[in-house]
Design a protein around this ligand. Structure first.
Ligand SMILES: [Zn+2]
Length: 340
């Protein structure tokens, strides 16, 4: 087999013939032999590794994993995703550190003992046992997600999330929804927009940004942006059914929630764009874009506690009883408004 390729040594296009060579690499003190496909320059003998072969180091790792029957990084990720767990949650449940799981998913080779632990995490029976014994290391939401996953298939899981959602978020066109029927696609598009344009978006901050975006939009156009309802909660306004909304955003791969530990020792959940975020297609009109830009400029840089404090000073929050839905009519008294 022959092919014309650019020869880096001759610095010209040359005819190359196909060949192969055995390469030895040492992984964990063990010799791994790889048969590497090559192209050989017919003039100077320069060899080029066939592009399609991929990275020889990765290949050697794969060969080592295969020989020792160890899980591949993608398989580890699949087991974790089966339970919709973050790396931090999965690691905590197995009694490992997040950094360790992160390394294994990134291509480091796990020890056999840890391989066994992760592998067992695939079985629902084992997961149910772990949840019963070690569930206390997880957040409430993580526990619920696993319980839902244990109840059924991914489809059943998603529909369970939606059933919960429709029960808790009435689809109405009233002052409670800003006279827009809640639209998940619009809601998702706003979340994706905020996570893309604003550097660090934690859960608390995201809910406040959404509140301001919706209420400011209502103030300037007499209609909310997403139709979401917000309730008065201790940390400020929070979308009704936020857990279901968030589960749906994560299940659809529109966002990825990553647990972070900050310098002050506190932990928080950061919202990052998910692999399918670019699939969101909603055309905001000019007024709506203006609102989003305004929110980004005015509130994007605020810390979660600063934006939380700001929302606590709004009449919308102060004049609503705890856990009650905040009327969009209160948008007229917000401390901020879009300049004409
Ligand atoms: Zn050559």
């Amino acid at each position: 087999m022959e092919s014309t390729l650019f020869c880096p040594k001759c610095e010209e296009d040359r005819t190359f013939r196909r060949d192969q060579r055995d390469e030895e690499r040492e992984i964990r003190g063990e010799k791994i032999v790889l048969t590497v496909p090559l192209w050989v320059c017919s003039v100077c003998g320069e060899t080029i590794v066939d592009d399609e072969f991929g990275d020889p180091i990765e290949k050697a790792y794969d060969a080592y994993r295969e020989k020792h029957h160890l899980l591949k990084p993608t398989e580890i990720q699949e087991i974790r995703s089966k339970w919709s767990l973050s790396q931090a949650g999965f690691a905590a449940l197995l009694g490992m550190s997040q950094a360790t799981i992160n390394r294994y998913e990134g291509g480091s080779i796990q020890q056999e003992k840890e391989d066994e632990l992760i592998r067992m995490g695939e079985s629902p029976e084992h997961m149910a046992g772990l949840l019963a014994r070690r569930g206390h290391v997880l957040t409430e939401r993580q526990r619920r997600t696993i319980e839902l996953a244990l109840e059924g298939s991914p489809v059943a899981r998603l529909s369970a999330i939606w059933d919960g959602f429709f029960e808790s978020m009435p689809l109405e066109m009233t002052a409670r929804s800003g006279f827009r029927r809640f639209d998940f696609d619009r809601f998702a598009a706003v979340v994706v927009w905020l996570c893309e344009k604003i550097p660090v978006v934690t859960q608390t901050k995201l809910y406040k940004l959404l509140f301001y975006a919706d209420f400011l939009c209502f103030r300037s156009t007499s209609r909310s942006l997403t139709g979401a309802l917000y309730k008065q909660m201790p940390y400020g306004p929070v979308p009704v059914a936020y857990e279901s909304l968030r589960a749906r955003l994560e299940a659809d791969d529109l966002v990825q929630v990553c647990e972070q530990t900050y310098e002050n020792g506190r932990t928080g959940e950061e919202f990052l764009l998910g692999p399918r975020a670019s699939c969101v297609e909603v055309d905001f009109d000019d007024d709506e874009r203006l609102v989003l830009e305004f929110v980004r400029q005015q509130l994007g840089r605020l810390s979660p506690s600063a934006i939380s404090d700001l929302s606590h000073n709004e009449t919308a929050w102060k004049d609503t009883s705890p856990k009650e839905v905040i009327s969009y009519e209160k948008a007229m008294e917000l401390s901020l408004s879009i300049p004409d």
